[in-house]
Ligand binder design. Structure first.
Ligand code: AMP
Length: 507
C-alpha cells in the first residue's frame, strides 16, 4: 500500500499523540501580540482555521501563499496551515529590502501575503487576492469554526518555495515538494537523535530552508518549540536557562555571539552537558568547535546542505571511535562537513565540484527551466561547492559559484555588482568575499569610479535596493580591475591578497 507523504503527517501525529503538550512558546513581545503558550491541539486548531480562511478567500490548492515575518508562532503555524491543505508556502526573508520583496512576491505569483506589522511597509500593493497583516485580522484568520476543505494529498506537489541568492542576478525560487520535506525532516531528526524529551529553541530563521525542516521534525515528536524573534547571544542563553532547551541550530556566527555572551554569564553556562548545537551555513572554524565543547559544554554537530537539498546532505557528529583521541583532534575531525546522511549519494566531478543524489534534492527552480536543467545535469544535483571526499567524509574547500556567505546567509556577488553598476558614477565593479573572524566572509566591493563619488554615497545607493546583509561592508576604489583577454573579471586574482595564508578558499 502507498499513501502520500505530506507535511500534514507531522501535525497530525502531534495532534494525535501530544495534544496536551506545550507545542510553542511564542516570543513574549511580538508586535502582532504574542500568541503565548500553545499546545499541539491549539496548533492543529489554528492551522485548520488558517486553511479554512484560505478556502473562504477562494485560494485553491497549488496557489502560492507568502509569509513575511520574523520567527513567530504565526509563521510556525503557517508551515501547516498553508502547505498542509495543498497550498504552497513562500517564507520570505524578512531582511530583504522592498524591491527584493516585490520581486519574490511577483516571481512566485503569491495570491495571499501574510506579513508581520513591523514589515508591512515592505509589501507593495500587487495583483493578489489579499494582504493580511498579522494581528490586524487575527479573529478572522485564526478562529474559524469551519473545517477546511479536505485535500487528498500529493507527495510530489510543491509544499514550499524558498528564495535563495545564487549565481544569477536575481534570487531563484527553490521548489521543495512534500516528499522532499518529509524525508529531510525524518532523516534530520533521526541523525541528531531528536525525541520527545527535547526542547527546541528557534535560533535559526524559519524562512531559511524552512528552518532546516525543524518545524516539521520537532512537531512530529511533540517537542516544545521556543520562538526567538531576534538572535542575541545573551537572550539565547537566558531562554535556554528558563525553558530547559536541549537543541538549537545556527550558523557559526550565531554560535560566536553565544560564546561572546557566555563570557559574561555568571556561573555554569545554561545547557551545560545538555544542549546539542547543530551548525551549518558556513564552515565552522575548528577553534569555534573547541570553544562550543569546552566553554559551553554543549555537543557540537555539523551538517552541510543547501536550500536546494531541503537542506540535509551530510552530518558530522562525535563517534565512539574518536573517544580516546585528544580533544583538539576530535574538533579537527568534527570540522569536516560530514558523511552522507541516510539516502544521500555524494561524489565530486573532475573540477572538484560536489554532486549529490538524494530524495531531498528540489524539484527545480520556480519558473526557471534553464537554471534547473543546469544544476540537475547528468542526473546529479550540482552544489556549486568544491570539496574532497576522504574516508567517506566530505570537506568543503572552495566555492565554484560566485556566492559570498556572510553570517550564514548567501549573497550573490552578481546581484550586488548589478546594483552598484546601476550607479551613474560606477564604471567597473567586482564584488568578492574576504575572510572575517566574526561573519565568516565580508562582502567587499572593488570599484573603478567615473568621477567623484564616495563610499557613503555608494552605500546609500545599495541600501535602497538590497538587504542590509548584502550591502558591501567595505568599498575600495581602484584605477582598473584585472580582466582576461576576453574581458572576464579575474576574481581569483582580486581575491588572492585577502586570502593569503588561508588553507581553503571558504571561511
Ligand atoms: P543556503 O542555500 O543559503 O542554505 O546555502 C547553502 C550553501 O551554504 C552551501 O552551498 C555551502 O556553500 C554553504 N554551507 C552550508 N553548510 C555548510 C557547512 N557545514 N560548511 C561549509 N559550507 C556550508
Amino acid at each position: 500500500m502507498e499513501f502520500p507523504l505530506t507535511v500534514r503527517d507531522f501535525l497530525d501525529r502531534a495532534a494525535t499523540v501530544y495534544p496536551e503538550r506545550v507545542a510553542v512558546v511564542d516570543e513574549p513581545d511580538q508586535p502582532a501580540a504574542s500568541l503565548g503558550t500553545l499546545t499541539y491541539r491549539d496548533v492543529d486548531r489554528l492551522a485548520r482555521s488558517q486553511a479554512a480562511a484560505l478556502d473562504e478567500m477562494g485560494v485553491p490548492a497549488g496557489a502560492r501563499v507568502a509569509v513575511l515575518s520574523q520567527n513567530s508562532a504565526r509563521l510556525l503555524v503557517s508551515f501547516f496551515g498553508v502547505s498542509g491543505w495543498g497550498r504552497v508556502l513562500v517564507p520570505v526573508n524578512f531582511r530583504l529590502a522592498r524591491p527584493e520583496v516585490d520581486y519574490v512576491l511577483g516571481q512566485s505569483g503569491a495570491e495571499v501575503v501574510f506579513v508581520d506589522p513591523e514589515l508591512a511597509h515592505l509589501v507593495a500593493p500587487g495583483p493578489r487576492v489579499r494582504t493580511v497583516v498579522f494581528g490586524d485580522t487575527d479573529d478572522l484568520l485564526w478562529s474559524r469554526a469551519a473545517e477546511p476543505r479536505p485535500w487528498r494529498g500529493d507527495e510530489s506537489a510543491p509544499a514550499t518555495i524558498n528564495y535563495t541568492s545564487g549565481t544569477t542576478s536575481k534570487p531563484k525560487g527553490v521548489v521543495l515538494t512534500h516528499r522532499n520535506l518529509w524525508l529531510n525532516a525524518t532523516t534530520f531528526g533521526w541523525h541528531i537523535g531528536l525525541d520527545d524529551n527535547d526542547v527546541y529553541l528557534h535560533t535559526l530563521p524559519m524562512f531559511h530552508a524552512n528552518g532546516w525542516g525543524m518545524p516539521y521534525a520537532a512537531s512530529a515528536v511533540g517537542v516544545k518549540q521556543v520562538v526567538l524573534r531576534k538572535v542575541d547571544g545573551a537572550e539565547t542563553l537566558r531562554r535556554i536557562d528558563s525553558h530547559g532547551v536541549t537543541l538549537l541550530c545556527g550558523a557559526p556566527a550565531v554560535l560566536s555571539a553565544v560564546l561572546d555572551a557566555a563570557q559574561d554569564w555568571d556561573g555554569v553556562v545554561p545547557g551545560h552537558g545538555r544542549v546539542r548545537a547543530v551548525v551549518a551555513g558556513a564552515p565552522p572554524p575548528t577553534r569555534t568547535i573547541e570553544r562550543i565543547r569546552d566553554e559551553l559544554g554543549w555537543e557540537f554537530i555539523q551538517i552541510y546542505g543547501l536550500t536546494e537539498t531541503s537542506p540535509l546532505l551530510t552530518v558530522n557528529r562525535m563517534r565512539t571511535e574518536w573517544r580516546d583521541k585528544p580533544r583538539k583532534q576530535q574538533a579537527r575531525l568534527l570540522s569536516r562537513q560530514g558523511v552522507p546522511s541516510l539516502g544521500v549519494r555524494l561524489t565530486t566531478d573532475a573540477s572538484g565540484e560536489v554532486l549529490a543524489q538524494a530524495n531531498q534534492c528540489m524539484a527545480g527552480y520556480w519558473d526557471m527551466d534553464e537554471q534547473t536543467a543546469a544544476v540537475q545535469d547528468g542526473g546529479w544535483f550540482h552544489t556549486g561547492d568544491g570539496g574532497v571526499l576522504e574516508d567517506g567524509y566530505l570537506t568543503i574547500v572552495d566555492r565554484k559559484k560566485d556566492v559570498i556567505i556572510s553570517g550564514g546567509e548567501n549573497v550573490s556577488s552578481i546581484e550586488v555588482e548589478d546594483v552598484l553598476s546601476s550607479h551613474p558614477r560606477v564604471r567597473e565593479v567586482a564584488v568578492i568575499g574576504i575572510p572575517d573572524q566574526r561573519w565568516g566572509e565580508l562582502v567587499t566591493a572593488l570599484v573603478v569610479a567615473d568621477g567623484a563619488v564616495d563610499e557613503a554615497e555608494l552605500l546609500r545607493h545599495c541600501r535602497e535596493q538590497l538587504a542590509g546583509y548584502k550591502c558591501p561592508k567595505r568599498i575600495e576604489f581602484r584605477d582598473h580591475l584585472e580582466r582576461t583577454p576576453t574581458g572576464k573579471l579575474q576574481k581569483f586574482k582580486l581575491r588572492a591578497p585577502y586570502w593569503e595564508g588561508h588553507g581553503s578558499q571558504v571561511n
